[in-house]
Design a protein. Sequence first.
Length: 240
Amino acid sequence: MRTRLIRPGHALALAALTLLALGCAGVGREPLPGAPAHHVEGGFRNVDPTYPRATGWTRFRFIVSRAWDSITSPRTFETPRETVEGLRAGQALRAGSEPTMTWIGHATVLLRVDGLTILTDPNWSERASPLSWAGPRRLVPPGLPFEELPRVDVVIISHDHYDHLDLATVQRLAAEHDPLFVVPLGLKAWFADNGIARVEERDWWQRVELRGVAFVCLPAQHFSQRTLWDSSRRLWATWQ
């Protein structure tokens, strides 16, 4: 029987991703006096006691199993795809009548609403990872090439996990489209650190308006984390 060896790079990536998954929360547990219930010392928390975050052991097993499977038996995925010409024709047919929605992949959706073009959690990178050469890889290319995007007015971010907030993609959007980024509390500083200034951040139940369209930040049950040291320090949300 032939023995399959794990390359050093794969082993390093596996260790890094496992440590990331097991990072400690590092924030308080009790709400701050006079603050909303989801605000705690140093960050945020889920307010529904029936929602348990997965244990470190559960996350460890998940990360290790997925990383191992990506080495030994990479997954494949097929889905119907729309041509750029077909997408444009469909949008032109419905222009001025009702909103349109185009799924790009994972949590990335292109919306046309009341004259605005909106992207959710955009990711055009090959991997969802802090490492360009390791981590979860796309199963299929984005449903629409980045170069074919119409002018983007607004980008909505739900939270800071790598599959929902991709640095390379948001920097490219900022440089080529200059959209308004609408984000939960704590992310504006992250964007500023990465050279992006046109950002509005909101707490749960607060809103942002642009050209008559309102974006309302609503509660979600999740957590945030990009490194070993920042778990739950930035808010997570859904948007309406």
